[in-house]
Design a protein around this ligand. Structure first.
Ligand code: SAH
Length: 325
């Protein structure tokens, strides 16, 4: 039994069932605090770990917004849940080349990942919470951050809970599930408020859907395989589909503008990832095959190109970010 499962059992025995939201929150806090889960030897692989092209395209989009907004000298680069810092390092290479000289702020609670980020991006500043990022024109990115924030599940109008049945954790009720996430919406509201007041753009990338829809999307991944959500709490990554419509509504209420929601593949192609792949291949002919495979993984419909979505939240004083209509 994992230490967290023992803690849940004691808590349920003392106080009754725990909500899905509390369960997901506690599982992921423990999970990320105790390991680097990324890459082949870990539990899952993210887009920036597949190829430098991913972070470079994001850096190019942010640099384009920043320049067209008049290159504000007080702008900051901020990233939510930066993992190993790979995306930041790749994006900042492009941003620095474009003349951006501002500071780097990371929102990251995991000490293990903070260490990896410090190696990838020396000189960054860390925050536990998004609301602690300083008020400044924002060049922000969040890749696979929202999917790890806790959700509520509603069944028959009641918040779904987890209890102990026999010798195992079990859901208290089954039925048609609807998901909502006050925690994710609070993050979208904070981003919206920040860009509405200070200017800037935030690019959010996650697996999810453009329209709110019913259904149970909570899942667990361990060692690159799906697992049951209720086994090994704290030892596997818990995520759920991101409801981009809900995030867009919250950001708009904070008086920020929101783009359409695009499939990741389409957005990367509009930004010119194919030309970048060609030039990387020409410069390193022995890596051409790997570059081509990475391009396909990031953009093709049957891989990450369609399931993953991109949406930007931006200031009405800033231009529409690159790649969006
Ligand atoms: N963006 C990275 C990592 C994605 S994994 C990449 O694409 O590779 C999720 C990241 O969010 C990890 O860095 C994790 O530690 C962080 N994270 C998860 N929940 C968090 C929370 N509540 N507050 C801050 N960071 C969190």
């Amino acid at each position: 039994m994992t230490p967290l499962e023992r803690a849940f059992r004691e808590r349920i025995a003392a106080d009754g069932p725990v909500t899905v939201e509390a369960y997901m929150e506690a599982c992921n806090a423990f999970y990320y605090a105790t390991r680097d889960p990324l890459g082949r030897g870990g539990d899952f692989t993210t887009a920036p770990e597949i190829s430098q092209m991913f972070g470079e395209m994001i850096g190019a989009a942010l640099a384009d917004s920043w320049k067209r907004a008049g290159s504000p000298g007080d702008a900051i680069y901020a990233e939510l849940g930066p993992g190993r810092g790979t995306l930041a390092a790749d994006a900042l290479r492009v941003l620095r080349a474009a003349g951006f000289a501002g500071p780097v702020h990371f929102v990251e609670t995991s000490p293990v990942l903070q260490q990896a980020q410090a190696k990838a991006v020396p000189g960054a500043t860390w925050h536990d919470n998004l609301v602690d990022v300083p008020a400044a024109p924002l060049l922000m990115v969040a890749n696979e951050f929202f999917d790890a924030l806790p959700i509520q599940q509603i069944v028959d109008g009641e918040e779904r809970c987890i209890t102990v049945v026999g010798n195992a954790l079990a859901f208290v009720r089954d039925g048609q599930v609807e998901e909502m996430s006050p925690v994710r919406e609070a993050a979208a509201a904070a981003i919206g408020t920040c860009v509405a007041h200070c200017g800037g753009v935030a690019i959010l990338i996650d697996y999810g859907h453009a329209r709110t829809a019913p259904g149970d999307t909570l899942q667990a991944v361990r060692g690159h395989e799906y697992a049951s959500v209720l086994v090994n709490p704290g030892e596997q990554d818990l995520t759920s589909h991101v409801d981009f419509e809900a995030l867009a509504e919250t950001a708009a209420e904070a008086e920020a503008l929101v783009t359409e929601v695009l499939p990741q593949g389409e957005w990367l192609i509009r930004l010119g990832i194919e030309a970048r792949a060609q030039s990387l291949s020409r410069a390193n002919p022995d890596r051409a095959k790997d570059v081509q495979l990475a391009l396909e993984r990031l953009t093709s419909r049957d891989q990450m190109g369609e399931l993953f979505k991109v949406m930007a939240i931006y200031s009405d004083a800033w231009p529409v970010p690159a790649g969006f209509a």
